[in-house]
Ligand binder design. Structure first.
Ligand code: 6GU
Length: 254
């Protein structure tokens, strides 16, 4: 997977992504990152890339020329005939999720365009962008953090980036369940003990307990996901016992 990022802040992207698992994946050649500084494609003597909005209003707009030329430069770095998707990061886009990440992970090259100020001139967006993507319902100052989020999520789906042992956990969103809680040594921390079942060595019971914890968490924290969970007989048994217990001793939280 080759990432090409068009940005006014290339250092932010480089520093954010050259560490830990992604840094190792780059050393191994599983993923590559090239950043293109949009400012390098300004033809203005002061290297300006923004200008006032036609029609008035607050803020500045990124001019089409530098963005167009930076995008052409990114495309020139991709072998002829490989048509790369150009993703523009914007709160107006389709909301990014695991499913969209899987779709992007199939590509050989991805070009990301980061906007700043009040946005980018619409004409150049119409000319170059293939996908408009948001990372959630809140407003950030620019596309750099969203790109880093997306590259992290997509990279862990690239074969070899995660070790074999952890690769299955990309499935965690697939079954619409949140992960169960984890514990490590010591067995007792400030008076709090690790759940007994995890020390039992009884694998079937451990698996059942973990499944129940996942169901519980998903139900409490993400009722929207819980609706999509496929419940089996044992799941339903657990949920019925839970309900019966709550009716006996109602929770007094919140
Ligand atoms: Cl992709 N960009 C900005 N500026 N804000 C956002 C976003 C993107 N996604 C959510 N908020």
């Amino acid at each position: 997977m080759n990432y090409h990022v068009l940005t006014l802040f290339p250092d932010m992207i480089e520093q954010g992504l050259h560490t830990s698992i992604l840094g190792r994946a780059m050393e191994k050649g599983l993923i590559s990152l090239s950043t293109i500084d949009i400012r390098d494609y300004s033809m203005n003597k002061h290297n300006r890339v923004d200008d006032y909005p036609y029609g008035g209003g607050a803020g500045m707009v990124m001019a089409p020329g530098p963005v167009y030329r930076a995008c052409e430069a990114a495309k020139a770095g991709i072998p002829e005939g490989r048509r790369a998707r150009v993703i523009y990061l914007t709160p107006q886009g389709k909301v990014f999720n695991q499913e969209l990440a899987k779709e992007f992970a199939k590509e050989e090259d991805l070009i990301f365009l980061c906007g700043h100020y009040e946005g980018i001139d619409e004409r150049v967006l119409d000319m170059v962008v293939t996908d408009y993507v948001s990372i959630g319902d809140y407003v950030l100052t620019g596309g750099e953090l969203p790109v880093m989020v997306m590259i992290d999520v997509i990279s862990r789906l690239v074969p070899g980036v995660l070790g074999n042992e952890t690769s299955a956990d990309s499935e965690s969103f697939e079954n619409h369940l949140l992960e169960y809680p984890q514990y490590t040594r010591p067995e007792e921390f400030m008076g709090e003990k690790v759940p007994e079942v995890l020390l039992s060595g009884h694998h079937a019971n451990i698996e059942r307990w973990r499944r129940d914890q996942s169901l519980l968490r998903t139900m409490k924290n993400r009722p929207d996901l819980f609706e999509k969970v496929e419940l089996d007989k044992k799941d339903r048994g657990f949920l019925e016992r839970l309900k019966a217990e709550e009716e006996k001793a109602p929770q007094r939280d919140a």
